[in-house]
Design a protein around this ligand. Structure first.
Ligand code: FES
Length: 677
C-alpha cells in the first residue's frame, strides 16, 4: 500500500507517511507544534489530537472511518482513568492507516498563544526557558559502571536530543531518590536561557510530574512591587499580588535612596536586604494564594528602574546619583535566585533581569517597549508609563527615543491632602457643573454617581474616604474647565468664583468636594498645595515628552498610550485638559495597563523575547532629562494648565476653557477677564 497523506490543521502542514506511523511522529517530522512531555509513552496526555472523517474538498481528500488504528490498550486505560474528550486520540498511540486530517487543539500545542484581553495588545507565544521532560533512565549495571547523572544525561540525549547538560548540587542531591522512587522513570525541569550554551537541570520528580511549573514576573517599582504568578505550561496568570516597596522607609523617591546609600555606609546593603525580604515574603504569599508549592516556581523575571535594578542585584547605586549616571551594567542579567537570597522559590530557580536602556532609563522602560512595541509602529506613538518616575517613549518603525522624568509620588496620591490609594471609597471620577460649580463624583466600589438616588446607601459600607490618583486628575481638570482655577493653577476665592464651596485658608483657597464631617467622615478637599504638587508632576511628565518630541523634530504625535497601573484609570480627556500629555484626537489616546509588568511576563513566557528586548534596547536613543537645558524651559511652560505656549486644537474642539485669572498680586481684586492666547 502506498503512503498515506496526513494533513494537520490549523497549520495546514501535510506529508505522506508509511502506514502504521504514529501521528506524533508525523507531526514531529513535519514540524507541527504538537506537545509531548512523556516522549510518546502514552502517559502525559499532552499529545491529544482530534481526527476528522469524511470529505474535505478543501484538501482534496476523503478520510475513511478506519483512517487511524482502533483505540489501543493505552488509550483505553487513559480514557477509563482520566477520560478523553469525545473524538480525541493520543497522538503517540494513534497510527496512520489511510489519508487523514488531524486537528491539533490549542491545549496540545507547545507554543500556544496566550490571548491577552485588550484587542490592541499582542498575544504571547509560549516558549519558556524552562520546560518539563519525562525520561526513562537505564538502571545501573555492575559490569558497566556509570553514575546516575551520566545515565540521565544519556537518556535526555537519546530520547529528547538534549545535549550538554549540567546540574547544581541541590539537583544532584534529589537525583538518586527520584530515580529509584520512579522506577527509573522521572520528569526533569530543564532550563536553557537565551544566551546559554548548556542546559541546566533545575528539578527532578519521580514518574510523570503533573503538578505544573511556574514562574514569577515582577515589576519592581520605587513605590510598589507587583508580581504575577504564571503557569509556564499554559501561560495562565494563576495569581497576582502587590505590596509596598519596603525601601520607602529609606526615602520616597529614587534620589533620596541614592543619597541614603551615599551618606550611610552599608546603606545600600540594608536596602537590598529589605527588598529581597519583601520578595521572599511575596513569593510565599502568591504561591499560597494560587495553592501551589513555592518550590514549583522555577523562574523569575524582573523589570525595574536603574536604581531599583542596582539595589535588587546588590550593586551600590551611588554612580547613578551623579552625571554621567553610569550603570554597573546596562545589559540583561541572568543568574541563580539563590545568589540573590531569593530562597522561597525552587532552590535552583533562575532569575532574568531585563536590560536597562541607560542612565536613568531602566528595565521598566525596556519592558514597556517589549510590550507596546513602538519600534514596530507605523505612526508616531508617545507612551507614558505614569508612576513615581515616569518612563516616556516616543517613536515608530524608524527610531525610538526614551527618557525618564521624576514626577514624584503625587500622581499616586502621596503629598495630596485628601489623596489615598485606589481602594473602595476613594473618589475615582468627578465632574463639576460650570454653572453651579457643584461637583458630582463616583467612588471605587459603587457604580452610582453621588447625586444619584441610592448613593448614600450604596456607599454606607465603604464611606467616601479620599481621592484616588485618577480622581485628583479629574478634579483639577474639572476645576479648570469650570472656572474654579485659572490657567496658572490658582484657585479663586468664593467671591471670584461664586460658590460657598471655596474656603479661604490663609492667603490661598480650598475647594470642598465632599464634607462628611457631620457623620464623622472626612472632609475631602483640593487645596492650593495639592494643585501645586500635581502641577509639578504633570509639568515633569509633559516636559519629558516635549523633550523627546524636540529630539525627534516634531510638534505633534499621532497617538498616545497611557501605561502603568494608574495610567489604566486616567481619563484621556482629563489628562489632556490638565496638560499631562500633548494634544491628540481623544480616540488616539489608549490605555495599556501595566505594560512594564506585561513586558516581564513576555520575557518569562517566551525565551526568545529576551533576545528581542536586548536588541530593542540597543536601538533606543536615550535622552537624559537631568542634563538637558531645554527640559527646564519646557517644565516652566508646562506649569500652566493645560500649557503656556503649546496649542491644544483637539482639546478646544471638546472643551471651552474659561478665560479667568485669579492672580491678585497686582491688587486689582482678581477675577478679571484675560485675553486668550
Ligand atoms: S506523548 Fe505523552 S501521552 Fe502521548
Amino acid at each position: 500500500m502506498t503512503d498515506a497523506l496526513v494533513i494537520f490543521t490549523p497549520s495546514g502542514k501535510r506529508g505522506r507517511f508509511p502506514i502504521g506511523t504514529p501521528v506524533l511522529t508525523a507531526a514531529r517530522q513535519l514540524g507541527v507544534d504538537l506537545d509531548s512531555v512523556c516522549g510518546g509513552r502514552g502517559i502525559c496526555s499532552k499529545c491529544q489530537v482530534q481526527p476528522s472523517y469524511g470529505d474535505f474538498p478543501k484538501f482534496g481528500v476523503h478520510v475513511a472511518e478506519n483512517a487511524l488504528n482502533d483505540f489501543n490498550a493505552v488509550e483505553e486505560r487513559y480514557d477509563r482513568i482520566r477520560g478523553l474528550k469525545a473524538g480525541r486520540r493520543l497522538g503517540c498511540q494513534a497510527t496512520v492507516q489511510g489519508d487523514i486530517v488531524v486537528d491539533v487543539p490549542p491545549e496540545s500545542q507547545v507554543h500556544k498563544q496566550v490571548v491577552r484581553k485588550a484587542a490592541t495588545q499582542r498575544d504571547i507565544v509560549m516558549d519558556p526557558a524552562t520546560k518539563l521532560y519525562f525520561v526513562e533512565v537505564q538502571e545501573p549495571d555492575m559490569h558497566d559502571p556509570s553514575g546516575d547523572f551520566e545515565r540521565l544525561k544519556d537518556a535526555l540525549r537519546d530520547q529528547w536530543q538534549i545535549e550538554d547538560v549540567t546540574a547544581a548540587l541541590p539537583f544532584l542531591s534529589k537525583l538518586q531518590t527520584a530515580l529509584r522512587k520512579g522506577q527509573w522513570k522521572v520528569t526533569v525541569a530543564a532550563h536553557k536561557g537565551h544566551q546559554d550554551s548548556q542546559v541546566q537541570l533545575l528539578d527532578i520528580w519521580p514518574g510523570l510530574h503533573e503538578d505544573g511549573l511556574y514562574g514569577l514576573a515582577v515589576d519592581l517599582g520605587s513605590t510598589t512591587i507587583a508580581a504575577h504568578l504564571c503557569d509556564l505550561i499554559t501561560g495562565e496568570v494563576k495569581a497576582s499580588s502587590g505590596r509596598m516597596n519596603p525601601q520607602i522607609r529609606f526615602g520616597e523617591d529614587l534620589m533620596s535612596r541614592v543619597s541614603y546609600s551615599m551618606m550611610n555606609p552599608g546603606g545600600d546593603k540594608e536596602m537590598t536586604r529589605a527588598v529581597r525580604d519583601a520578595l521572599n515574603d511575596l513569593t510565599t504569599g502568591i504561591a499560597e494564594e494560587a495553592g501551589i508549592a513555592p518550590s514549583l516556581i522555577v523562574e523569575a523575571t524582573f523589570v525595574c528602574n536603574p536604581v531599583m535594578h542596582h539595589l535588587l542585584l546588590g550593586l551600590d547605586p551611588v554612580e547613578l546619583g551623579q552625571a554621567p549616571f553610569a550603570l554597573a551594567t546596562s545589559g540583561s542579567v541572568s543568574l541563580n535566585a539563590r545568589e540573590m537570597d531569593l530562597n522561597q522559590m525552587n532552590p535552583n530557580a533562575r532569575v532574568f533581569v531585563l536590560p536597562c536602556i541607560a542612565g536613568h532609563v531602566g528595565a521598566d522602560a525596556a519592558a514597556v517597549a517589549l510590550s507596546e512595541e513602538p519600534n514596530k509602529s507605523d505612526d508616531l506613538v508617545l507612551i507614558v508609563d505614569v508612576g513615581t518616575n515616569a518612563e516616556i517613549l516616543l517613536g515608530d518603525k524608524s527610531r525610538v527615543l526614551a527618557c525618564s522624568s521624576p514626577t514624584g509620588p503625587a500622581f499616586e496620591g502621596a503629598q495630596i491632602s485628601s489623596g489615598q490609594r485606589a481602594a473602595p471609597g476613594a473618589i475615582e471620577k468627578l465632574e463639576i457643573k460650570p454653572e453651579t460649580k457643584e461637583p458630582r463624583f463616583r467612588v471605587i466600589g459603587c457604580d452610582l454617581w453621588s447625586d444619584e438616588e441610592g448613593f448614600a446607601e450604596a456607599t454606607a459600607g465603604s464611606g467616601v474616604t479620599g481621592i484616588a490618583g485618577s480622581g485628583i486628575i479629574e478634579a483639577l481638570a474639572e476645576m479648570r474647565s469650570a472656572g474654579i482655577m485659572d490657567e496658572s493653577g490658582l484657585i479663586g476665592s468664593a467671591e471670584q468664583v461664586g460658590t460657598t464651596r471655596i474656603e479661604a485658608e490663609g492667603r490661598t483657597n480650598t475647594y470642598v468636594i465632599h464634607d462628611g464631617s457631620a457623620k464623622g467622615g472626612p472632609r475631602i478637599t483640593v487645596t492650593q498645595n495639592d494643585v501645586r504638587a500635581i502641577q509639578l508632576a504633570k509639568s515633569a511628565l509633559y516636559a519629558g515628552a516635549r523633550l523627546l518630541m524636540d529630539e525627534r523634530g516634531v510638534d505633534t504625535v499621532d497617538r498616545v498610550v497611557l501605561a502603568g497601573a494608574f495610567g489604566a484609570h486616567i481619563s484621556p480627556k482629563h489628562a489632556m485638559l490638565l496638560g499631562m500629555i500633548p494634544d491628540v484626537p481623544l480616540d488616539k489616546v489608549t490605555s495599556a495597563g501595566n505594560a512594564a509588568g506585561t513586558g516581564a511576563r513576555i520575557a518569562l513566557c517566551n525565551v526568545s523575547a529576551r533576545n528581542d528586548i536586548e536588541q530593542i534596547v540597543r536601538q533606543i536613543t536615550k535622552v537624559e532629562t537631568a542634563i538637558e537645558p531645554k527640559f527646564q524651559e519646557h517644565f516652566v511652560n508646562a506649569n500652566a494648565i493645560p500649557h503656556k505656549t503649546d496649542a491644544f486644537p483637539n482639546l478646544s474642539k471638546i472643551v471651552t476653557l474659561p478665560e479667568v485669572s485669579f492672580n491678585t498680586g497686582g491688587g486689582d481684586g482678581g477675577g478679571r477677564k484675560r485675553r486668550r492666547r
